[in-house]
Design a protein around this ligand. Structure first.
Ligand SMILES: Cc1ncc(COP(=O)(O)O)c(C=O)c1O
Length: 408
């Protein structure tokens, strides 16, 4: 099974959703998540890395509790970037020793609660380590510090984190002195970036950190996430988990010190699609413009930084069969009230009709979690595909839910 839900699968997905009542004539937008693909990604991590490695899947990529529960049921853990995400992990039944708590802004209260929970805790800066010392962090706490090997950025500056001057962590060269000052420090954490970082950069960052873990005789190394994915056929073939593991396999401590990973995007992106009804087709400036029900609210990065983030957009008939007509340069307009809310400009697409579907591939990661409240539209429902079964993972938000959200 390919990592990404293929174009040839879309009609079958729509058919299943319709049969389950998950897509009806009145539906505006829905997300579908292939749970078996999710399982396969986790199994691949478990197969490729040493057996005792903890794969803490990044919650920020996909925070639905039903999905987190599935991840936990497969023996993986969860990476939380906020105390709220730790609460989501707990709600999903994740044991404390499978939760990794990261993030640059943690309060004393959160640090204390994290120590009580017994989760893995990566401090971002020396002040956090000082606070942990003041809180009496015991010698057997799973406390690490995030390091920056300062080796350069990937192709997307905004999501690269091991260039000099990144806002995260401490320079790797400071690790020895921090170890001297804070004897409860038992591991190091490095996260290279999210998308745009090739295997060379990911491997170099982990490798350099592993050398210091070895030198300081620490217990564990968290290599973070960042395994890139393919969003369009124009993108280069991304490295597989097996290739990543193989590239890391010779580094110091492989197989002897405990390894943690925090992959998010690779686990989720390709197994998710978003379907919107094409509400209207307008002719604007000599070009068709498809009016759809998701825009910058769901695909924030795509709309605000289109040069860095793209997706494949497929126009289908109402049953999910891709339209085949002659391609015309087309705009896709989201539902929000600003003129920049465009998912695509000048995209070659076949003629679409009102009531057709726009299916957006690879939307399983960093979409719902980045939802924007602009215009107060409700989050779309999310359905899980599990072979022949279709289960509701998230109800979405009705207008009443949105009123409640805003305190009404
Ligand atoms: C600390 C940390 N770990 C893991 C991840 C997950 O990265 P990705 O989803 O690209 O694998 C992120 C993403 O920003 C992160 O900041």
């Amino acid at each position: 099974m390919s990592v990404r839900i293929g174009v040839d699968e879309l009609e079958g997905v729509v058919e299943k959703l319709r049969a389950a009542g998950a897509w009806t004539e009145g539906s505006k937008a829905v997300q579908a998540v292939d749970l078996q693909r999710l399982d396969a990604r986790i199994e691949e991590l478990q197969r490729s890395f040493p057996a005792d490695a903890l794969h803490a899947v990044a919650i920020k990529a996909m925070p639905l509790v039903a999905v987190l529960r599935r991840i936990v049921s497969r023996g993986a853990g969860l990476e939380a970037a906020s105390w709220e995400e730790v609460a989501l992990a707990r709600a999903a039944g994740c044991p404390g020793d499978r939760i990794v708590f990261d993030g640059p802004a943690k309060t004393d209260e959160e640090l204390r609660a994290a120590l009580d929970l017994g989760c893995w805790l990566n401090a971002d800066h020396p002040r956090e380590l000082e606070r942990l010392a003041a809180l009496g962090a015991p010698g057997d706490a799973r406390v690490g510090v995030r390091v920056n090997p300062e080796i350069g950025a990937g192709s997307i500056g905004f999501t690269s984190t091991v260039a000099k001057g990144s806002k995260f962590g401490v320079p790797l060269r400071d690790a020895p002195s921090l170890r001297d000052r804070f004897p409860f420090l038992t591991g190091l954490h490095v996260h290279t970036g999210s998308q745009g970082c090739g295997l060379d950069l990911l491997t170099a960052a982990a490798w350099r950190t592993a050398e210091i873990v070895e030198q300081l005789d620490l217990d564990w190394l968290d290599v973070g996430g960042g395994l890139p994915v393919r969003y369009t056929d124009r993108d280069p073939e991304p490295p597989t988990v097996a290739a990543w593991a193989e590239a890391l396999a010779g580094m110091p401590g492989w197989g002897s010190r405990r390894l943690l990973t925090e992959v998010g995007r690779h686990v989720h992106a390709g197994g998710g699609i978003t379907i919107s009804r094409i509400e209207a087709v307008k002719e604007v400036d000599g070009e068709p413009l498809l009016v759809v029900h998701v825009g910058a609210d769901l695909l924030l990065r795509r709309v605000y930084r289109p040069d860095d983030w793209d997706h494949e957009f497929i126009v289908t008939d109402p049953t999910g069969r891709p339209r085949q007509g002659e391609a015309r340069s087309t705009k896709i307009g989201g539902p929000l009230c600003f003129s920049g809310d465009l998912l695509a400009r000048g995209r070659a697409l076949p003629e679409a009709r009102e009531g057709d579907l726009l299916i957006i591939r690879d939307t399983g990661a960093y979409t719902l979690s980045m939802w924007s409240r602009h215009c107060s539209r409700g989050l779309p429902p999310v359905w899980g595909l599990d072979g022949g079964d279709v289960e509701r993972l998230f109800a979405g938000e009705s207008p009443q839910d949105v009123v409640r959200f805003w305190g009404g």
